[in-house]
Design a protein around this ligand. Structure first.
Ligand SMILES: C[S@@+](CC[C@H](N)C(=O)[O-])C[C@H]1O[C@@H](n2cnc3c(N)ncnc32)[C@H](O)[C@@H]1O
Length: 369
């Protein structure tokens, strides 16, 4: 579509990143070189995901101008089922990860470590899931940690899960997991930590299971909040992406392509094309972060209900060509009441032009050749 101001349309920059979803090898590398040294505690990581826990244990990175020093933990190995998570971990953290279904891995095939950690799957405990608890398909996966503990006897164990686990069956679910962990010769504390109090831009609580082998003296204390009176917002956390205008940060390009299209030829709402929709949804989310609500205005009333529901579910306002007087439902009413422009009149005035364009088009489509 040509630009309305007749200027040459600028192509979106397409500087392809050298990597898929990480920063380890980029010029802006955040992670220090993390090679195991004497004097470090060895760690084995299960259900590692993209490595949030692991990265925190290693330290040696900067976030929002704050430096987090290198910590004396060396991850010997890590496992996750999901290949994308494994790729992400490799790119951002270390090559020590492999993809595997941990229900099929024998503890004797894994190395012994001083510390074991694992954010065991939460779907069956989450308030957003089927809430099947310990009877669910993945509700028993914490047993993978227990099998490792029985075989290798790590000194310290750190588990992580969602807060809803503690609320299930009046706490019986949590008591059962802790009893199972302790039955193999450990004592455990469960910390209920509020992520924003620790500078994490995420409005969630997390349960941290801290366990120490029974023959070892001492016990870790729950960390004191660092940011109780200064929560970091998502807008702050993502602020460093604002100035990026190309694809060197993967998965951000839909924002920029969409923004360019708006300032140039206009952002078209086309069809039920999922790529188009995903780009619009990301653009909507980005707008939301900077305090704007995205309004999708279309003139047709034949927009698929599924598409409308998807956009509305992402906090966007979808207006169609319905004759309704409701400015949150009809593009015509929205223009009249919110923008102060009478679109009906515009069409009435322009109808001979519109009619002639449609007439020509239909004529061409129906022409015998
Ligand atoms: C809550 S996430 C872990 C998040 C991680 N602790 C972090 O900080 O990023 C749970 C992980 O368990 C993995 N998972 C689920 N079932 C698994 C299985 N049978 N074998 C290995 N990994 C599995 C999932 O792919 C998911 O990445």
């Amino acid at each position: 579509m040509p630009r309305k101001d007749k200027q040459r349309k600028l192509p979106a920059l397409r500087n392809k990143p050298k990597f898929k979803c990480g920063f380890r090898d980029s010029g802006a590398a955040l992670a220090d070189s993390l090679v195991g040294n004497a004097g470090e505690y060895s760690v084995f990581s299960l259900f590692s995901g993209c490595g949030g826990l692991d990265f925190g244990f290693k330290g040696g990175f900067s976030v929002l101008g704050k430096r987090y020093g290198r910590l004396p933990f060396h991850v010997l190995g890590a496992y996750d089922l999901l290949q994308d998570a494994v790729d992400c971990y490799r790119l951002n953290i270390d090559d020590c990860i492999a993809s595997a279904d941990l229900t099929k891995v024998k503890p004797c095939d894994l190395p012994a470590a001083d510390m074991l950690m694992g954010g065991f799957p939460c779907q069956d405990f989450s308030s957003a899931g089927p809430k099947t608890g310990l009877d669910g398909k993945r509700g028993q996966l914490y047993q993978v940690l227990i099998n490792y503990m029985k075989f290798h006897r790590p000194r310290v164990v750190i588990g992580e899960n969602v807060i809803h686990l503690a609320r299930m069956q009046d706490g019986a679910c949590l008591r059962q997991i802790v009893a199972d962990f302790e039955s193999v010769g450990y004592h455990f504390d469960v910390w209920n930590l509020y992520a924003p109090d620790y500078g994490v831009p995420q409005n969630r609580r997390r349960l941290i299971f801290a366990g120490v082998r029974n023959d070892i003296d001492g016990f870790p204390v729950a960390p004191k909040p660092t940011n109780a009176d200064r929560h970091v917002t998502i807008s702050e956390a993502l602020s460093d992406l604002e100035g990026i205008t190309d694809e060197t940060v993967p998965n951000q390009s839909p924002y920029f392509v969409a923004t360019r299209a708006t300032s140039g030829g206009g952002q078209g709402y086309k069809s039920a094309d999922s790529k188009r929709q995903n780009a619009d949804l990301r653009f909507g989310a980005r707008s939301y972060q900077i305090g704007h609500v995205t309004v999708v205005a279309v003139l047709s009333s034949q927009v698929s209900e599924t598409v409308i529901a998807r956009y509305q579910g992402a906090g966007m306002l979808v207006l169609t060509g319905t004759p309704s007087p409701d400015p949150t439902a009809s593009t015509f009413a929205f223009f009249k009441e919110v923008i102060g422009y009478n679109l009906d009149d515009f069409f009435r005035r322009s109808s001979p032009v519109v009619k002639s364009v449609i007439h020509d088009l239909i004529g061409k489509l129906l022409a015998p050749q």
